[in-house]
Design a protein around this ligand. Sequence first.
Ligand code: SF4
Ligand code: F3S
Length: 106
Amino acid sequence: TFVVGEDCIKCKHTDCVEVCPVDCFYEGPNFLVIHPDECIDCALCEPECPIDAIFSEDELPEDQQVFLELNAELAEVWPCITEMKEAAPDAEQWAGKPNKLELLER
Ligand code: SF4
Ligand code: F3S
């Protein structure tokens, strides 16, 4: 499966959702997740993210392993998103900032 990682928090560019052939992105207030049981590993979304927030499960950095569980958990409760929308306000400023996990809104 593919996994949305920490960099997406407070950026949420949403380019990724447009290319997913199985519509398995789910949207929260300031983050998106991928449903691990629905993702078909096509890898189309990974290069679409302008800030490289998406990883294949195998390449998810060691310090972001918690995002495996978070994607699975939140994909069950958040609504599906299939169309691109405006990025989060101040997305540019938040790109690449560390310790954004504590800012994740549910
Ligand atoms: Fe969708 Fe393919 Fe990305 Fe999985 S890898 S979330 S199926 S675009
Ligand atoms: Fe997030 Fe990148 Fe998609 S910032 S919403 S994973 S395009």
